[in-house]
Design a protein around this ligand. Sequence first.
Ligand SMILES: [Zn+2]
Ligand SMILES: [Zn+2]
Length: 359
Amino acid sequence: MKAAIFHAPHQPLTVEELDVDQPRKGEALVRTVASGICHSDLHYIEGETTIGAPAVLGHEGAGIVEAVGPGVTYVRPGDRVIVCISSFCGACVRCLTGHPHLCEQRPRRSDDSPPRLTWRGNAVAQMGNLATYADRMLVHERNLYKVTHNVPLETAVLISCGVMTGVGAVLNTARIEVGSTVAVIGVGGVGLSAVQGARIGGARQIIAVDLHQHKLRQASELGATHTVNAAERDPVHAIRSLSDGGVDYSFEAIGLQTTMEQAFNCLRPGGLATVMGVPGPGVKLALEGRYFLSERKIQGCRMGSNRFRVDFPKLLDYYQQGLLRLDEMVSRRLSLDQINEGFRAMRAGEVARQVILYV
Ligand SMILES: [Zn+2]
Ligand SMILES: [Zn+2]
């Protein structure tokens, strides 16, 4: 199989031939059709998050099942699937109380089995047990959703991570009320999805905040009612004046101290801030303590609090009804050989979502 290998931070990925093991108990081998380039992978390349090297990154993928191991019942060869990083055991307290995205015993290959992927005889780590920057994905069946909608996989792939995170933050994690006022700080792929989630959830005002004018334009096209360029105006002041004193709900998609604090400071009394961004190690917030007296709240969010086998079909329904717009979110399509260029464009803030297509 062919994959882009991560060797060390600040080094380009190299596309190499790897060996892939056969699917073992509970696993499926999937031929990758498409993989989105997600910001979380950039954190490894920038050295802000660590993973053992060599590794194959990528955690937003879709493809077709080629083979299954013993005991697999959910899929069979030929099934079209979307992967999700939120594999679940189905038996731990988090799973049994309806929070499988926080599962504490995610299914994994036992230590006495050989590695799933090897390169020149060495074990290769898989980002999130997925590794989608490869033309084959060897994964557990509980990382899979079987697609029955008539939607092309190169479009459906977007819901695998970024769209699930953004829409899920609004509809699952914050559960906004119809008629709410909403601010979204940072409108790349995840933020644009939160804008769409707010529109689908019936928000009456959606204020998009970003430093890039082209992203704000795209946010308007996808449902933002107002935009604030944080390079020109103080976003907290702008949001408070646009929303008559603060928004009901805010969503932060960057993970920086400043923007997370802005998400809290732009709330009205009783408002709720949800952090979707991935903060670097050691990042801390300084919040005005007296704001808690007016019941302002701030909370985390992991992968849109998904129950992906329940949520993915909803998102595909929304897409088919024209409510969730996915095609407009794809800035460009690349081949695996162009992956380093893809990360360059992401770093430069030039793109919303890029999709790698495998032939
Ligand atoms: Zn992601
Ligand atoms: Zn569990």
